[in-house]
Design a protein around this ligand. Structure first.
Ligand code: SAJ
Length: 442
């Protein structure tokens, strides 16, 4: 089948689609293409997830508006089903790859899942099929890893026997369906025609811009946009540390800096968690490791952000001295406010550091089941309450009541959530990351 024949199958929705990897990206993508009228087969190695999906339920944790209803409807209409059996992809015209692409301790990409998926796809690939990698990958992966492996296992040549593209996802936990439909996407094809056919495909689920380009540009856009954010956050964190050393308030400095055009300074904080930002800079950095290009800023920004939980420990130690046997309450375990996503949680890093100092650590989080509980009970006999994640609920704390429960009236604010004037009235001592000023809002 030629690309033009594939284009017409996309147009009349007779193209049969497979989505490999039904995680927080693959599952909504599969469901949206099924809702758009395509026959979609989900390939998932975890049988428990397959069974959950085929019963019309979503295995994705957390609040994902619209996802559960969407899965129920496309499964009941038989437009979408899941299976662990790769041989069932032998009648698929389009195959999307959404498997995990973590990095190792040495900050190199760990491609076991990607290689296994590409190999299984190659072994069952039909002539004229279009394979699209949606996972975030190190720039150069399409050319040097995916292409040769797919040609070897399929016995066909790219651009003749099959077509190959890269279309990175841009989704945030908690807004999966909305992001997939309303955020622009970069569409990298093995040829301009392939990129154009990919645009025709994604037009069925994406309302925003679809920007056609080549593989390396698509790989770079995704890793660069997240590295950009990591560097921006690291800059804010480093300015916070400077302000503390100079007795200034970084939040006042930031407000005034942002008045200068084009200075959208981000927020300092207790750490940088999540699935994307801590990982993607390493995927970008590792892309030039072999070419002896000496990059310094992107790894340095990662180091700055990784050290923020240790900086929080210093703030606690500065106020309490020896932490041995002292009970400390951490507020917020999720990596992001009003989310239950705990991946790369800064609070976990801080918990480990506090435990090494002999402190007894209690954790409260209204979104993470393991840390549900009565905040005031948890605060009993604590020497400090440390805000790590700015859940909105922490703005409703009864500070007078809290003060009466603490062994030491100390609050450490790692996200500039709390209003110092409101706190001071209660007689509690408030230490805010980045604010060492004593001037009352001059
Ligand atoms: N953080 C700061 N200071 C900031 C912003 C974030 O310390 O000014 C911390 C957060 O507390 C969190 C971590 O960084 O621990 C990541 O926060 P995030 O707002 O970047 O949220 P993510 O991880 O969900 O990032 C996603 C990314 N989206 C995709 O990968 C598709 C990122 O590209 C987006 O820029 C980001 O959402 C967004 O804009 O919200």
């Amino acid at each position: 089948m030629s690309l033009l024949e594939l284009r017409s199958k996309i147009e009349d929705k007779t193209a049969r689609i497979a989505v490999v990897g039904l995680g927080y990206v693959g599952l909504p993508v599969a469901a949206l293409f099924a809702k758009a009228g395509f026959d979609v087969l989900g390939i998932e190695i975890r049988q428990d997830r397959v069974d959950c999906i085929n019963s019309g339920l979503s295995p994705i944790e957390g609040n994902e508006p619209g996802l559960s209803e969407l899965i129920r409807s496309v499964v009941s209409s038989k437009a979408f089903r899941a299976t662990p059996d790769f041989t069932l992809t032998r009648d698929r015209h389009i195959i999307l790859i959404n498997v995990e692409t973590p990095v190792t301790e040495e900050h190199m990409p760990e491609y076991q899942a990607l290689r296994s998926a590409v190999k299984s796809i190659g072994e069952n690939l039909i002539k004229g099929a279009l394979v699209i990698v949606e996972s975030t990958i190190m720039p150069g992966t399409m050319e040097h890893i995916v292409l040769p492996l797919l040609e070897e296992t399929s016995g066909m040549k790219c651009g003749q026997g099959f077509f190959l593209g890269n279309c990175p996802e841009r989704v945030m936990p908690g807004k999966l369906i909305d992001n997939l439909q309303n955020m622009s996407r970069v569409v990298g094809g093995d040829s301009a025609v392939a990129a154009s056919v990919m645009k025709d495909l994604y037009r069925h689920i994406v309302r925003a811009d679809l920007d056609a380009t080549d593989w390396i540009t698509a790989e770079l856009v995704k890793t660069v946009e997240n590295s950009y954010r990591d560097v921006q956050i690291a800059f804010a964190n480093e300015v916070a540390i400077i302000c503390e050393a100079l007795g200034a308030d970084v939040w006042r400095v930031r407000d005034l800096v942002r008045k200068s055009p084009g200075r959208e300074m981000l927020k300092p904080g207790a750490g940088v968690g999540g699935h994307c930002i801590p990982k993607d800079p390493w995927l970008l950095a590792s892309s030039v490791r072999e070419s002896h290009v000496n990059i310094r800023l992107i790894p340095a920004a990662r180091e700055v952000n990784l050290l923020m939980p240790a900086h929080m420990l210093n703030l606690i130690r500065k106020s309490l001295g020896n932490l041995n046997e002292k009970k400390i309450l951490l507020l917020g375990y999720a990596y992001l406010e009003n989310s239950d996503d705990i991946r790369n949680s800064p609070a976990e890093s801080l918990r480990i550091l506090l435990s090494k100092e002999g402190a007894q650590v209690a954790i409260h989080d209204p979104f993470v089941r393991e840390f549900f509980g009565d905040l005031y009970q948890m605060a009993m006999d604590c020497y400090a309450v440390v805000l790590v994640t700015a859940h909105t609920e922490y703005n409703q704390i009864d500070f007078k009541k809290l003060k009466g429960l603490l062994k030491q009236p100390l609050l450490i604010d790692g996200r500039h959530l709390w209003d110092s004037s409101q706190i001071q009235e209660t007689g509690l001592e408030l230490v805010t990351l980045g604010d060492a000023s004593r001037s009352e809002g001059l």
